[in-house]
Design a protein around this ligand. Structure first.
Ligand SMILES: [Zn+2]
Length: 156
């Protein structure tokens, strides 16, 4: 089993694009688990712009569940926090990361995937990606470091 962050397309448009012709459909990041047969485990995810619920069926693929504006089958950050070590919670809170990163953290801890990392912050300037990540070495050892260019693979 492994986890992956990927982008899912919604039917909404970010407000800054609303007045443009052919505005791009909004995309939001989802964390999905991929099982040992390379199949994506289906899950529900909520658009971070319009709040619509999507059923995520594959990488970058989802169906919008019409008329569902909230779902009891969606985890929130507060739910995930409870299953994480306090020091890791402090790191993620300090960097104000979004729900998919919290879910990724939970997956790494639950599967003891020591050595995996989470992106805490990133920016791209003149084609160079730089930012900060935390590598999860064990249940209680977290190593924060910086990256630039292609040091490590970055989502998105
Ligand atoms: Zn949306």
């Amino acid at each position: 089993m492994r986890g992956q962050l990927h982008l899912v397309k919604c039917r909404c448009v970010l407000s800054q694009f609303k007045k443009t012709n052919n505005p791009p459909a909004h995309q939001f990041i989802v964390f999905s688990v991929i099982d040992d047969n390379d199949a994506v485990v289906p899950k529900h995810a909520q658009c971070n712009n319009c709040g619509l619920i999507h059923k995520v069926t594959d990488i970058c693929t989802s169906d919008i569940l019409a008329g569902k504006e909230n779902s009891v089958s969606i985890l929130g950050i507060e739910d995930v926090k409870l299953s994480l070590p306090p020091n890791l919670v402090a790191i993620l809170e300090r960097h104000n990361v979004e729900l998919p990163v919290w879910e990724q953290a939970q997956f790494i801890i639950e599967n003891k995937a020591w050595g995996e990392f989470l992106i805490l912050a990133k920016e791209e300037e003149k084609g160079i990606k730089q930012g900060k990540y935390v590598r999860i070495m064990s249940e209680s050892f977290f190593k924060i470091d910086t990256f630039n260019r292609t040091d490590i693979a970055t989502p998105g």
